[in-house]
Write a protein that binds this ligand. Structure first.
Ligand code: NAP
Length: 331
């Protein structure tokens, strides 16, 4: 019999890549979709899987819809990827961010505890929970957490309630502590996609300049397609546990710009980028670099796409979107 997976956040970047992976593994895939979804099928269409997923209307803010989704799908595996996921917006909407990211995870756990207690549960936790804490510049599963945004704090609540349901009720619940991961379907508001989209426009003569915040922020960027494999592997283990998923490399936004402009043959990119103070955050997370040693050892997972290849993949996809056909070919 087919295994059944329920994915919240199905229309987002990770939901779409995960749906594709699980469909390739012959799962029956159900996707929870809010009535007011922003992207609808854009990302699922991009990966060619829209018609293979069963959709259920529901919202992490609405317990009744989660109970309905769980009772209808009787899932073997549940991946809670839905979130107000944009850190900057969490200062503008701190209560909504908490409602969805923190209370939403709890609502879903309660629905499972009552109606599908044997389902395995994956929670999309984040490196943002560490804030500026590290052990000699590296974050591990043991690094203390000191979140520095309402987004990160909401995710820290979800992280702990997942651990608590595992310990209190013996449920199979895990946290994947994922460092930043990107792809051609990353939301346009996120810095990497903003760069790839604007660099493609500049290359094609459709724009000349764009604004960014702190170019010296450093992140550990991987490819979303690699990271969803780790999510799946976590739910295939005998024992539930938390894992960091990262590349172990750190790059600045300046490095990302260098690689992006280099790929389209522009070396003096300074004239195309300006610093816009509007993007400064009330509290800054300076640098992230994760150790995924535990995931590599226990899950046998490792990232396949390099930083340079990720940048190239994103630019090429944006060039193609802006100018379909051979004209978008990059030398
Ligand atoms: P994303 O592209 O922003 O997708 C978020 C998804 O959640 C969208 O499908 C969104 O639907 C849905 N959603 C938002 N509010 C909802 C609600 N109230 N009820 C149900 N669904 C709702 O994010 P992503 O990059 O795929 O990330 C997936 C998860 O991993 C998120 O929880 C994120 O916080 C976490 N994470 C991401 C990264 C990363 O680098 N990408 C790193 C660590 C952790 P609509 O917007 O269409 O309404």
């Amino acid at each position: 019999m087919k295994r059944t997976a329920l994915i919240t956040g199905i229309t987002g970047q990770d939901g779409s890549y995960l749906a594709k992976l699980l469909l390739e593994k012959d799962y029956a895939v159900y996707g929870l979709m809010p009535r007011s979804t922003r992207y609808a099928f854009t990302n699922l269409d991009y990966l060619g899987v829209t018609g293979e997923v069963d959709y259920i209307t529901g919202d992490l803010a609405d317990e009744a819809s989660l109970i309905h989704a769980v009772r209808r799908t009787r899932p073997d595996e549940v991946y809670n990827l839905a979130a107000q996921s944009f850190v900057a917006a969490s200062w503008d909407q701190p209560l909504w961010t908490t409602e969805v990211n923190a209370c939403g995870a709890l609502r879903l756990l309660e629905a499972l505890r009552n109606f599908a207690p044997r389902a395995k549960f994956y929670q999309a936790s984040t490196s943002e929970m560490f804030g500026n804490c590290s052990d000699n510049g590296i974050q591990t599963e043991q690094t203390p957490m000191h979140p520095c945004s309402p987004y990160a704090i909401s995710k820290l609540y979800a992280y702990w309630i997942v651990n608590n349901y595992r310990e209190s009720y013996g449920m199979f619940c895990v946290n994947g502590i994922l460092f930043n991961h990107e792809s051609p379907i990353r939301g346009l508001e996120f810095v990497t996609r903003k760069i790839s989209h604007n660099v493609a426009k500049i290359k094609l003569g459709l724009a000349n300049r764009f604004g960014l915040g702190n170019l010296d922020s450093r992140r550990d960027w991987g490819f979303a397609g690699d990271y969803v494999e780790a999510m799946h592997l976590m739910l295939q283990q005998e024992t539930p546990d938390n894992f960091i998923v990262s590349t172990g490399e750190t790059h600045s936004i300046r490095d990302f710009l260098d690689a992006a402009f280099r790929h389209v043959g522009i070396s003096d990119w300074g004239r195309h980028v300006f610093i816009d103070p509007a993007f400064n955050r009330p509290a800054e997370l300076v640098a992230l670099q994760g150790s995924s040693d535990k995931a590599r050892k226990i899950l046998g997972w490792r990232p396949k796409v390099s930083f340079e290849d990720l940048v190239r993949m994103m630019i090429d996809a944006d060039l193609k979107r802006l100018l379909p056909g051979d004209a978008a070919h990059v030398e």
